[in-house]
Design a protein around this ligand. Structure first.
Ligand code: AKB
Length: 306
């Protein structure tokens, strides 16, 4: 009765998280679920995470004690359908929070994002506590979600743990609908020998992280003793920050013929509203977070695997 359920397991984080959790705990202990199961390995379920009865049934049938709830509509896609992004992001969070409130599950991981910051936040080293006025539907849903997480912890004792992820770089699964996606697409252009057209301008600096670090952080936070978790909204988490021009120069060391041009679109406004870098000293102090991948290591690993 101590299994883990990953909801959104076919997505960018879920794919690698399920693999790592299964390697640590055993395949049968980690149940994968997503709206479509074609890319999932068993044990897995097709699950519409907005349907409370279906989520509840799996939790009960499988004896789930902890849930990683990764379902979200990201920033750029969310701006095309803001109400839908809000509905999806909040509904799927409340279903899990309420199951925990009823004592059906013991622990929840729910990712937040640097999208909770906005133009009034500090651009360099945005602090854990400070001005947060997100401008996207995604960011608003993440900030509201963080506060609901804290509310459920304070009022109902729900053990919820969360990280404000920067842009995540990975090669196994493509992201979908994010503002930081350019930093993955450029590797695929390089491999195909195609000029890369960046939808963000050359000097747009954003906080980023390699997926191996992101997965390790989630598991480390979930395994930390409860007393170590001092923040029940969501922890700032940082690794590297770079601009499209800097990433291009690093990739060009492996693909000298790679060409880039810049054609910023609406995603530029979103990126401009986010900080260049964030301060994650609370995560480092409270539960010992330390990133391993810098820009050079990340680019080398991506080039070897894409
Ligand atoms: C996005 O670009 O929307 C995401 C994020 C930073 O949360 N990658």
């Amino acid at each position: 009765m101590n299994k883990t359920l990953v909801i959104g397991a076919a997505g960018q984080i879920g794919t690698e998280l399920v693999e790592e959790l299964r390697a640590r705990r055993g395949v049968d202990q980690v149940i994968a679920s997503d709206i479509q199961i074609k890319n999932l390995l068993t044990p897995c379920y097709e699950l519409d995470a907005t349907d409370p009865d279906k989520v509840r049934k799996i939790v009960q049938k499988e004896g789930i004690s902890e849930v990683y709830n990764l379902v979200a509509m990201l920033s750029a896609k969310g701006e095309k359908e803001p109400q839908k992004a809000w509905d999806l992001n909040m509904k799927t969070l409340f279903i899990i929070l309420d199951l925990a409130r009823e004592g059906k599950i013991k622990k929840i991981f729910w990712p937040s994002s640097i999208a909770v910051f906005g133009p009034s936040s500090n651009s360099v080293g945005a602090p854990q506590y400070g001005s947060m006025e997100p401008t996207t539907s995604y960011g608003i849903s993440k900030l509201a979600g963080e506060l609901w997480c804290q509310y459920y912890f304070q009022n109902y004792g729900v053990d919820i743990r969360s990280i404000r992820y920067p842009g995540l770089i990975s090669w196994r699964t493509m992201p979908g609908g994010g503002t930081t996606d350019y930093a993955i697409e450029i590797f695929h252009s390089a491999r195909r020998g195609k000029e890369f057209i960046s939808f963000l301008g050359p000097e747009t600096r954003l906080p980023m992280m390699y997926m191996e670090d992101a997965v390790r952080a989630a598991i480390q936070l979930m395994e930390a003793d409860s007393e170590m978790i001092k923040i029940r909204t969501s922890y700032n988490l940082a690794a590297v920050d770079f601009t499209p021009a800097e990433l291009f120069e690093e990739i060009r060391k492996f693909y000298p013929g790679l060409k880039i041009s810049y054609d910023p679109d609406l995603r530029q406004n979103i990126a401009d509203s986010w900080p260049d870098s964030i301060n994650d000293s609370h995560a480092r102090q409270d539960w010992g977070w330390n990133h391993q991948f810098d820009l050079k290591m990340m680019v080398k690993d991506m080039v070897n695997n894409v």
